[in-house]
Design a protein around this ligand. Structure first.
Ligand code: SAH
Ligand code: SF4
Ligand code: F3S
Length: 438
């Protein structure tokens, strides 16, 4: 049997897309290999949001090229956002690549690799009209009790630092009937937690005469779905009806990922985020008033072109003021073709490095303080399996999306109560009490 291996970079949408890529390869009769070294078809599902994933890919493709020289039958396929950004150039940059495809054209992978031919294909790119929802393709699921559900593709925002609109195209929503049919069949198959996915998940549905709040309510009504998550929302689209739906739907978890990017209104304007610091802080107040015990996470960028020390300090104070439970912190990385990359006032690398260190320190201190307040609570945890760092512990997540390592004996997929006894900046620790629902 021929075997495949998929390496995934980037965001949850790519993790979702990789499950579809695997599903398609399995339909073609391939089995999964444990490592790229053992595979006949080596796939990289790429990300190009910052420079780092591009460099990482180069190293992986070097290894894959070496394998191909030793085993010339090996097929190397590169999909995802980096492939979409490079298009035809990918074949000259990396002559070892046989097949390349964009995020919207995963559906073609079968034709290119199919019928046992495994022929060389030159890419078909995805930002044009022919894009197909990856969600409609066969699926290989990593977990039986959790699932990603794609509700839209593309992004209509114009954030000046971001390459996503160029590689994922204009926003298109998936029909609510299709989304719900998928979630109903997932629930029947034993899935109890779904994460709704879109580049801008809460602008969902405007192209179809519906909206994200209605979708949340409809998903909440599906029997068997006990936890609903979604990512990533944009603060500008967090309307009152979405907050109400979050507050009223039992299955919607008490967590929102709310990317702030910068605490400086001046920088936010240059980023074209369309909200100010004040509007963001008011939104946080509104959400916390409606949803008791809400956890908030965020994305932050340091070193955006023109960011002064004063602007940066406003990001630090915003972290303190909001009290984020967790935050992803990024050094600004210029992306070819974006508005911000063309600016002449780029921040020097040493300044960026200094700022990211100071930001991480504040983020970790605030998160540690927030987590410390959970000690003594009993929290509902969805068991994911043994802890990766110490298999004598189980690992799972609370409704507020905190990772918990705990002693207990529940199998993956169970919902259990855990008494929280310890906290760090990124994890909680505790002991399993009663099983809530098996
Ligand atoms: N659609 C999502 C995710 C975008 S990518 C959203 O809007 O929230 C995830 C994060 O990467 C962004 O929120 C931003 O913080 C960061 N990011 C995007 N482009 C970047 C760049 N050029 N340099 C550094 N960080 C970037
Ligand atoms: Fe990028 Fe902005 Fe769209 Fe998010 S909302 S994907 S940061 S352009
Ligand atoms: Fe990366 Fe594409 Fe996601 S650039 S962050 S994989 S949308």
């Amino acid at each position: 049997m021929r075997r495949y291996h998929v390496t995934t970079f980037g965001c949850q949408m790519n993790a979702h897309d990789s499950e579809r890529i695997k599903g398609m390869l399995e339909e073609l009769g391939l089995g999964e290999a444990a490592a790229p070294e053992d595979a006949d078809v080596v796939v990289f599902n790429t990300c190009t949001i910052r420079e780092k994933p591009d460099t990482k890919l180069a190293a992986y493709l070097g290894d894959a090229g070496a394998r191909k020289r030793a085993h010339p039958d090996t097929v190397i396929a590169v999909g995802g956002c980096y492939a979409e950004a490079q298009q035809e150039r990918i074949f000259s940059l990396y002559p070892q690549v046989d097949v390349a495809f964009g995020p919207g054209t995963i559906a073609h992978l079968g034709e290119w690799l199919g019928a046992g031919g495994f022929g060389v294909a030159r890419g078909t790119w995805g930002t044009g009209e022919e894009r197909v929802f990856a969600a409609t393709l066969p699926m290989h699921r990593e977990r039986t009790f959790q699932a990603w559900v794609q509700i839209s593709m593309g992004c209509n925002s114009v954030c000046s630092y971001c390459i996503v609109p160029a590689v994922r195209g204009r926003e298109v929503s998936r029909r609510p009937g299709e989304v719900l049919a998928e979630i109903e069949s997932l629930a029947t198959a034993g899935v109890r937690e779904v994460t709704l996915l879109g580049q801008n998940v809460n602008s969902y549905g405007r192209d179809l005469g519906t909206d994200f709040a209605q979708l949340l309510r409809a998903v909440d009504a599906v029997d068997g779905i006990e936890r609903i998550r979604f990512t990533s929302p944009h603060p500008k689209d967090f309307r009152a009806n979405v907050i109400e739906a979050m507050a009223e739907c039992n299955a919607v978890c008490e967590h929102a990922h709310l990317p702030l990017q910068s605490g400086s209104t001046r920088v936010l304007k240059a980023m074209r985020r369309t909200y100010s610091r004040e509007r963001y802080l008011a939104l946080v107040d509104e959400m916390r008033a409606a949803i008791p015990d809400l956890a908030l996470s965020t994305d932050l960028i340091v070193g955006f072109p023109g960011e002064t020390e004063e602007d940066f300090c406003e990001t630090l104070t915003a972290v303190e003021e909001v009290g984020f439970d967790s935050a992803f912190t990024f050094v600004y990385s210029p992306r070819a073709g974006t508005e911000a990359a063309a600016r002449t006032d780029q921040v020097p690398d040493d300044v960026k490095r200094d700022r990211i260190e100071r930001l991480v320190e504040v983020v970790q201190r605030v998160a540690t303080e927030r987590n410390a307040t959970r000690v003594g609570n009993v929290e509902e945890v969805l068991v994911e399996g043994p802890s990766r760092t110490d298999p004598s512990f189980l690992r799972g997540r609370t409704r507020r999306n905190m990772a918990v390592n705990f002693t207990g004996d529940a199998p993956p997929g169970d919902l259990v109560n855990v008494r929280i006894e310890r906290a760090t900046s990124q994890t909680l620790g505790g002991v399993q009490l009663a099983v809530v629902r098996v």
